[in-house]
Design a protein around this ligand. Sequence first.
Ligand SMILES: *Cc1c(COP(=O)(O)O)cnc(C)c1O
Length: 397
Amino acid sequence: MIQLSKRFVEALQSVLGDGPVGLHEPLFAGNEKAYLQECIDTSYVSSVGPFVDRFESELCSFTGAPFAVAVVNGTEALHVALLLAGVRPGDEVLVPALSFVATANAVYYCGASPHFVDVDEPSLGMDPVALRRWLSSCTRVEGGQLINVYTGSRIRAMIPMHTFGLPCDVEGIEQVANDFGISVVEDAAEALGSYVGSTHVGNFGALGILSFNGNKVITTGGGGAILTSNEQLARRARHLTTTARLQHAWRFVHDEVGFNYRMPNLNAALGCAQLEQVEFFLASKRTLFGLYEDAFRDVPHCVIAREGPGRTSNYWLQTVVLDDAASEQLDEILNACNESGYKVRPAWTLLPDLAPYNRNPKAPLPVASSLTRRIINLPSSADLPIRKSPHWPLDAR
Ligand SMILES: *Cc1c(COP(=O)(O)O)cnc(C)c1O
């Protein structure tokens, strides 16, 4: 056990060579500069422009979503998706305790409360079995609405999240949602390129969202998208994210309080260039997963998180899961790796342990509480497997 942090650093070095190596860096090896130049030359830099339409239509082809609405970031995509799912002030929304803070913040922006539920291993996402047990014990149906008997609030929706790109049990979760009569909004912010069977994630709920922040699989600088198969919801999403302005050649009429959340053309230009390389990014991340799996095979107390059967992970952030016995050495391992130049990081602090959410309703969280002390994300940039190649830097197209 004493040697675990040393074994960990050696395993990283065998894959990555000498440091420093960042956690996740974007790769611009395609048409990024050309498309950005085109925006400037045509003066289409802001919230309308041909790259926005093109990016949306290419997102539809890549994900199989019938409609995609590009917005300023993943957090606001989730905010608007929740509004469209009918979340109103005073409602509760079920959120996995193990997620990035944006998942809970988007609920709060609707005037609603995140209600935290447990996750499972090995998916690291919302656990449908624990969820059904919890809802059976803490809710009643009143006038066709699901009510939390302890708070008296309506539970309107749930947000399964695909952690680090690993697809969660979204079909099992959807079944629970149907049985209890609540909507599903999928937080697929980390999961562009992840599938359950042949269906891209983000297509299971009434609405799904993606993020294109600088650290995600592809980046638009900042950006996000709302996915839906419902044409009316897509039209509402576009309307709400463009200040709810009615179509007119010159008159300014807004029929409700909208948002200025539309993705600018500059960001979409970057997104179009990045999407041209997404297959390469995904293949490269899968290669890196294989290299880590080999390197950590003989390191005790560790497994590399892997996609489940019938599932495809995008392997956005490579993840070691320690066993219980090794969880006490988490800080020592994190220190040793970071001191050796390998940027690794632990899982998020559980959302109900954060100051703004520590009085929110929550289910028992045995698995999330344990996992938050056992997860280590490894350097995951898409170019890592080829950085050592004599052909680097190469054209990723
Ligand atoms: C990145 C992320 C978001 C938010 O995306 P931004 O584009 O950064 O606003 C939401 N949820 C999860 C789980 C994320 O990882």
